[in-house]
Design a protein around this ligand. Sequence first.
Ligand code: OXD
Ligand code: MN
Length: 584
Amino acid sequence: MSTNDKLSRWVEEVERTVCPDEVRWCDGSDEENDRLIQLMLAEGTLHILNPRTYPDCYLHRSHPTDVARTEHLTFICASQKEDAGPTNNWMSPAEARERVGKLFQGCMKGRVMYVVPYLMGPTGSPYSRVGVEITDSPYVVANMRIMTRMGRPALDHLGTGANFVRGLHSLGDLSPERRFIAHFPETREIWSVGSGYGGNALLGKKCHALRIGSWTGRQEGWLAEHMLILGLESPAGDVMYIAAAFPSACGKTNLAMLVPPRSQERWKIWTVGDDIAWMHPGDDGRLYAINPEAGFFGVAPGTSAKTNPNAMSMLKRNVIFTNVAVTERNEPWWEGADGELPRRAMDWQGKRWLSDGKEKAAHPNSRFTVPARQCPSISREWENPRGVPISAIIFGGRRARLTPLVFEAFTWSHGVFVGATMASETTAAATGAVGVVRRDPMAMVPFCGYNMADYWAHWLAMARRLRHPPKLFHVNWFRRDPSGKFLWPGYGENLRVLRWIRDRVQGRGEAVETPIGFVPAAGSLELDGLDVTPAALGPLLSVEQEPWKDEVRNVKEYFAKFGSRLPAALAAEVEELSQRLRKA
Ligand code: OXD
Ligand code: MN
């Protein structure tokens, strides 16, 4: 129970609608978690993994039709359709209350209704926000306990106020036919029904921290972004903080936890966050970022000692794995894991896996949920209530062609244009075709809670509040040669690109001006100990006229979708790019 009467009244109201057998307020304690784990083990919704090699680790198998975010069933229910904009699905609040509301009527009969107060952001931070999620899924409660600060920190932060996001979640009957993830940004409510999948059901994450968060950020003058936050420490011991936006499953977690290659081992990367950044202008005119989350909900496939050794060591205890495979030693396994293929394994649906290469053992979007404090590279500053000062922001996509390894924007406005025109090949993090190039401005298409054109205007306006704005960059680790081979080794070697970015921020670092921005001059990227010759850098850094002219045409077409709401500064940027390409 809570002493906050606004919260208690809302919980009672929900209880009357969903008619549970029992209501349980969650405090996030170990005892409560143990009871939930026992319950799920008994129900068969959780399986214990090898307690010797993976103590306190569990496996959850979700319904086979409920394995990723469902963007086509995700709605922004603002009163005006134009406020949701062309990149969101819109439903009027009245229609949503009717259509989605009816799915909640009596939906928790025979079930327990859990009330989960949670805090997004460090305890004691003026930037942290409270949400309360009501759910009938113990799996959601156990994940929220890892991903947020649950219970007391949230109730203390809320006090007697009414400023909390109201989230209502029910598994419903898990049918995609009756699945909706509806956001009411004007009243700061989230209604999610019919899915138990992370991004749809752990309401603190995408729904609150990004969709409702971005709406609130515009009203209040801050940014809620789909970005990792890292600290780059030089051999001299100074640390520069960088935020980076990449679409889902494009390596944010790996970059945030990067281990420098041997030739660069005097450098260090510190992890502040791997998915979401809330960024506020500070009194000193710089931009400060906090990570609103307390855990990582990372993609398992592809995670290995080569791609992310820090993740591998944090995944040995206290982890909830979802939809991975299990070996005969009862250990989690996924494609791209270290070592040999297991001789025998159960696939993500619990069926015997035939390692004939036809079926994947783990689902491509299988996940781990793990407390951030277990990460060996976690930054000392990760819970600093003030946040960390951001010196550079990187936008990045997965593009086989066109975009060079790295370039720097000319100005803030040009950088906003670079972010606004970002594009990437789709991945398994959302349902739908994989590998199709789509525009994904600032990696926020699935997560921006309002009209993307207004969001760009908000980004442009932020410059006025920042006397020392971060410099803006774009990277592409995924460029390929005509035979399809990656041109850049990626992973730990990406540190070299971060070092060039740091040099540029510090006014050093040689660059060549191209029509799209500054690219590294010959010799300015540290290549020592790397199997990439200066000559091979050519294709990695090249800016080709004709493909870029096509890109300008595509961008104009894309921008046209936003009609008169497109900020004039972005229309001007595309014209200027076109002129620079003509002159070049
Ligand atoms: C995530 C996503 O889960 O972006 O972080 O899909
Ligand atoms: Mn994400």
